[in-house]
Design a protein around this ligand. Structure first.
Ligand SMILES: [Zn+2]
Length: 462
């Protein structure tokens, strides 16, 4: 029976945003892609009876290797070499290695916990208290100097040994062979779409992305979306218990394909005929995970399309009332906001969306750092995808109301203890306005008025 060894970067999202800006993230993405590339891994395993396999699809930060026989000495040698290789190329990453036996990768993944062997490999860095901390991550001691920025903005920075590699990789990340897996694959998927014409580029920084937005004058805002699948683990063990071996074998691939289909569909949905590049920066894509940024005014169309398509694409895996779906955390922010803060908030929001609906239906939770600050707004509940679908036309109508009128409503909500009385005052005699606001009122509307006001700040009128 074959043995499957996975060596992967754990908490990859945290590693990506360890250095607080997009350049640090881009550098890390490139480093991960190169370290886990076929060429690098093949070289690392030279002479051993082990090979990369593609049974789970390519997932960022995961090296998935198959040994034809479950031999202990070989397992140790393979794991040791891969861990040493990743440690030298990604110094600050948390690494985890597992091995599992099974007739196929899916069988191995679905096996009980005690059948797998897990080892964690923590990053190590010599600490001395008086050392100057790294200018990029502020975590490890600085050990190298780099030049950050270009021209008049160029500055000398002192960075740690992880960040110096990021800086180097980020400098080359637009070159062929140095692009991240997420960018390369998204580019290929988008190019495969019928009628997409000549190849278009993906933006490389938030300034560029902001300028691609569908609403003029909002160049300094983008939205970052973090999504992942609901109940995927439960689903896999359910398939295993039911002995549904074909679905079990297909599941990892079905989920990965669903993510890419949903992503490319959502990117096409927010595309414009007159924009030079695709309106997206993919930070992390693979398996059921997604971390991307889009122009702020494209975010609602993007999220609705993404969650909708993901759900329909994985519906073939539904069993016994367990219907897989995805949820999302959405953060609207300025292009200069620290990316690590944005990603952490998106993570918190995603957790809320999953928890409030027990992972049983597609939902999302959102926040605008510009309007609400970067600490999570505790009173804000998540919105279901069904609620968003059902309220879509009402939101579009509400978005056409003058901004100043919406702000009067927002003030009334903030000030009034008796919301209905406040609204009666503000809306007195304005029946048109009342009918526009009506869908967001009542005891438990799918989208409460407070949220609707914030959501249409970033509406794409079309
Ligand atoms: Zn650093």
């Amino acid at each position: 029976m074959p043995r499957y060894v996975d060596v992967s970067v754990q908490q990859i999202q945290s590693y990506l945003v360890r250095a607080q800006h997009l350049k640090g993230r881009r550098g890390a993405s490139t480093m991960i892609t190169r370290a886990t590339s076929k060429g690098a891994v093949t070289q690392c395993l030279a002479g051993l009876a082990a090979s990369l396999h593609g049974e789970a699809g390519a997932v960022d930060g995961v090296i998935a290797v198959r040994l034809e026989e479950p031999e202990a000495v070989l397992t140790d040698e393979v794991t040791g070499r891969l861990v040493a290789h990743l440690r030298s190329t990604l110094p600050a990453a948390f690494l985890v290695s597992t091995y599992r036996d099974g007739a196929s990768y899916a069988d191995a993944v679905a096996s009980d916990t005690d059948e797998r062997r897990i080892a964690r490999h923590l990053p190590v860095c010599a600490e001395w208290p008086a050392a100057k901390r790294c200018d990029w991550c502020n975590i490890w001691p600085a050990s190298s100097g780099i030049i950050d920025g270009a021209g008049q903005d160029a500055r000398h920075r002192e960075v740690c040994r992880d960040c110096v590699l990021r800086s180097d990789a980020a400098g080359r990340s637009t070159q062929e062979g140095w692009k991240s897996l997420a960018e390369t694959r998204l580019h290929r998927h988008l190019g495969d779409r019928p009628g997409t014409g000549p190849a278009r580029e993906l933006p490389t920084d938030f300034e560029q992305l902001g300028c691609l937005g569908p609403v003029s004058g909002e160049h300094n805002h983008v939205a970052t979306v973090l999504a992942d699948g609901n109940a995927i683990g439960k689903l896999i063990s359910g398939l295993r218990q039911a002995g549904d071996s074909q679905a079990l074998r297909d599941a990892p691939r079905t989920i990965d394909d669903a993510t890419w289909a949903a992503l490319t569909g959502a990117v096409a949905k927010i595309d414009g005929t007159d924009v030079a590049a695709w309106r997206i920066i993919p930070h992390l894509v693979g398996g059921d995970d997604l971390l991307v940024s889009v122009p702020a005014h494209s975010a609602w169309d993007f999220v609705r399309a993404y969650l909708g398509t993901f759900g329909s694409e994985v519906s073939t895996l539904a069993r016994d009332g367990l219907v897989p779906s995805a949820s999302a955390g959405v953060v609207f922010h300025q292009i200069k906001d620290p990316f690590s803060v944005v990603a952490d908030l998106a993570h918190d929001l995603l957790k809320i969306a999953k928890k409030e609906h027990l992972g049983q239906r597609a939902a999302l939770c959102w926040q605008s750092i510009t309007h609400d600050g970067s600490a999570r707004v505790r009173s804000r509940r998540s919105v279901t995808l069904d609620g968003l679908h059902g309220s879509w036309d009402a939101l579009a109508r509400f978005a056409r109301v003058r901004k100043s009128q919406r702000h009067v409503l927002a003030r009334a909500l903030r000030e009034g203890r008796d919301i209905e009385a406040q609204l009666d005052r503000v809306l007195s005699g304005d029946e048109t306005m009342r009918s526009i606001v009506e869908p967001f009122l009542g005891t438990d509307p799918p989208i409460p008025l407070e949220q609707a006001i914030g959501m249409v700040e970033w509406w794409w009128p079309r």
